[in-house]
Design a protein around this ligand. Structure first.
Ligand code: GP9
Ligand code: MN
Length: 400
């Protein structure tokens, strides 16, 4: 009911009211958000056979806010879960994807907030068919004005692989659409080439495969390197066309690429031993927010994908304390507030909890459960509240 809705959304208010001197530094700018398929944080500044896997991103992080401790909080909905968290600040569901299960709910999403604030136009760009993950329906509920999908691109055998259009032609062909949409805009780009099983043609290979025991890991570095090249070219095109200066760029990995099954190969690649601390660290995805002209800074505050929206809103100078989200502004986030995963595991300041075991976060050694207990109520409460909001479609009562 309506009173349940009001009561349950109370928890989501009155936080994140702290301001920093970064509040509003990107006010009114266009927003280009790139959801980087399967990109894990370990690739940043990682070399394979003496060569950087992400030379462009490595340069970019030097001149950006680089959040180096952001966790993948997605569940079965993969890319769609990442999109859901960024746009709504709610948790994904324990099974299936919200995009598929609750596409007709009322949401209070990033396009809505931006529209209210400064009449932003919201568009999303993706080279796959529009029905994938039910996006054609869900994007309406999330408030997008326009969805450029496979049917809007020239897709041929030559310029596609695996799931579809390769990232370089994808960005190239997207620019003409980006030039046409009204400003200010929020433009979301979903890349595709760096997707399992990480297939690439010779002509698109900019780095040799790695040589671990796991072929998947070996190929992964080549498709990440290709993604890096596609983003480099995209930035260059935007600069050439004068579309760079007045834009804030948000780049983030959507979720892991190398699943638990291939963890040995990843440890071999980066020379790490197998333990729970390292495993959880490998669940981190890069988050890079680039404001042209702004000095770079690496921020080691812990957080998750759910925190991207309030962080961006802070830079845009838009208050986010009444936006019904579980996210925290990463510029002020409390290190001891747990980063919560959909299966009930979490990472707190010094401890992590996974599969009913409590570990020291830094060395991965098991510790007494009492160390993890103080966080459990928060974790349980947030996941339950988020589920209630989604399954009860509660925001319809509180969003005008
Ligand atoms: C497909 C793309 C990949 O359109 O979003 O989906 P994923 O398997 O990563 O969820
Ligand atoms: Mn994905």
């Amino acid at each position: 009911t309506e009173s349940d809705a009001v009561a349950s959304t109370k928890y989501l208010q009155s936080k994140d009211s702290k301001r920093t001197d970064l509040f509003g530094i990107a006010k009114g700018k266009n927003i280009v958000l790139i959801s980087m398929e399967s990109t894990q944080d370990f690739v940043i500044n990682q070399k394979v056979n003496g060569k950087e896997v992400t030379p462009f991103l490595n340069d970019l992080v030097k001149n950006s806010f680089y959040f180096s401790q952001i966790y993948d909080q997605t569940a079965q909905g993969k890319t769609s879960d990442a999109e859901f968290m960024v746009d709504t600040g709610l948790y994904p569901l324990a099974s299936g994807s919200v995009f598929v299960r609750r596409p007709e709910n009322t949401f209070y999403s990033l396009p809505h907030i931006l529209k209210e604030n400064k009449d932003y136009y919201a568009a999303t760009f993706h080279g796959n068919v529009r029905t994938f993950w039910n996006r054609d329906i869900m994007y309406d509920s999330l408030g997008y004005d326009k969805y450029f999908s496979k049917r809007d691109y020239q897709v041929t055998d030559d310029n596609s692989i695996n799931y579809g259009l390769k990232d370089i032609p994808f960005f190239q062909q997207s620019v003409e659409y980006l030039e046409e949409i009204p400003e200010p805009y929020y433009a979301k780009f979903l890349t595709l080439t760096n997707h399992f099983p990480f297939l690439l043609e010779e002509e698109d290979t900019f780095i040799d495969e790695a040589d671990t025991e796991e072929e998947v890991v070996n190929r992964y570095v080549t498709t990440v390197r290709y993604l890096d090249e596609s983003i480099k070219k995209f930035f260059q095109t935007l600069k050439d066309k004068g579309m760079y200066e007045d834009t804030v760029f948000v780049l983030h990995g959507d979720h892991y690429g190398i699943s638990e099954k291939y963890e040995d190969g990843l440890n071999e690649l980066i020379g790490e031993e197998e333990n729970m601390a390292n495993y959880m660290k490998h669940q981190q995805v890069p988050l890079i927010i680039h404001v042209p002209g702004q000095e770079g800074e690496t921020i080691t505050t812990q957080g998750g994908e759910i925190d991207i929206r309030p962080t961006l809103l802070h830079l845009l100078g838009i208050k986010s304390e009444n936006s019904f989200s579980f996210g925290h502004n990463l510029f002020t986030r409390d290190m001891d507030h747990p980063v919560i995963f959909r299966d009930g595991s979490f990472v707190a300041k010094d401890y992590l909890y996974k599969d009913n075991i409590c570990y020291d976060k830094n060395d991965g050694i098991m510790v007494n459960m009492q160390k993890c207990e103080p966080y459990m109520e928060t974790v349980r409460h947030e996941l339950e509240l988020s589920d209630n909001i989604i399954f009860g479609d509660l925001l319809r009562f509180v969003v005008e």
